[in-house]
Ligand binder design. Structure first.
Ligand SMILES: [Zn+2]
Length: 260
């Protein structure tokens, strides 16, 4: 088994001094490569330096919709750095639990930030890691308007149903499942996984959040990806042999990874 964690946040591990141990455990669990995802200008620099120091880490730059108060970032210094990002992300829309009294303003701010970053992605040609929660129609519409081709779009931590998956399949976009797919009540997700395009499927931890069963509720880390991987292997055991190799190849293809 060889795995790639297509979406992880290493900032806390780095700050707590735990990163080396976490990376050792990841390689012990066959996680060969990691994509350290940006969420705000605060973590761009750290992720860039991790990518410089560890040959099995690449990084992305992007401002998460929950940081909608941030101004539009200048990606330029990173795009011309020694170690360049492999994608723009995570960017998108998140309408979960918005306060009723400021919902419209927050939605507008998220959209502005998202549109500006989609433009930057289109301009530099990098693929896009999307964060989309309870905002599928708007996310999809803005992606379509951006003119970025489906093959450069990844819906990370898939959290929608069958209908949305059909739209994603039609667009030709990629989709990544996290440990939430292992949760007992995740029936809707599993129905969507069943019809996902196997040539566009990725997996991730989204650590330190969303640890898979049997670690649900604990702090998540890249080594736990193995549980999500085994779950998906078992899920497709009757109709798709070699799914984990396919997922590995899909990830390399989407991010244009050069794995040594
Ligand atoms: Zn994330």
């Amino acid at each position: 088994m060889k795995l790639i964690d297509s979406h992880c946040h290493l900032y806390d591990f780095y700050n707590n001094g735990d990163l080396e141990k976490v990376l050792t455990r990841a390689s012990g669990a066959n996680v060969k490569h990691l994509v350290a995802i940006g969420t705000s200008p605060q973590d761009f620099e750290i992720n860039c330096s991790l990518a410089k120091n560890f040959s099995n880490i690449n990084y992305t730059v992007g401002v998460h919709p929950l940081f909608h108060g941030e101004s539009v970032p200048n990606f330029e210094p990173y795009l011309t750095a020694d170690k360049t990002p492999i994608a723009i992300g995570e960017i998108g829309l998140d309408y979960h639990s918005l306060p009723a009294d400021s919902r419209d303003e927050i939605v507008a701010a998220q959209k502005n930030l998202f549109i500006a970053q989609l433009r930057a992605a289109k301009k530099c040609g990098l693929p896009v890691a999307l964060h989309s929660r309870e905002a599928f129609a708007d996310t999809f519409a803005l992606v379509a308007e951006s003119g970025i081709s489906g093959g450069k779009i990844l819906f990370h931590c898939y959290g929608y149903g069958v209908e949305e998956m059909r739209a994603i399949n039609e667009l030709g976009a990629y989709v990544s499942f996290s440990g939430t797919i292992t949760y007992k009540n995740a029936h809707v997700l599993r129905e969507a996984l069943r019809i996902a395009n196997k040539d566009r499927l990725l997996i991730e931890t989204d650590c330190p959040y969303l640890a898979p069963v049997p670690h649900r509720g604990e702090a998540n880390e890249p080594s736990f990806l193995v549980h999500t991987a085994r779950f998906i292997e078992e899920f497709f055991s009757n109709d798709c042999a070699g799914i984990l190799d396919k997922i590995f190849d899909n990830t390399v293809q989407f991010f244009h990874l050069k794995i040594q």
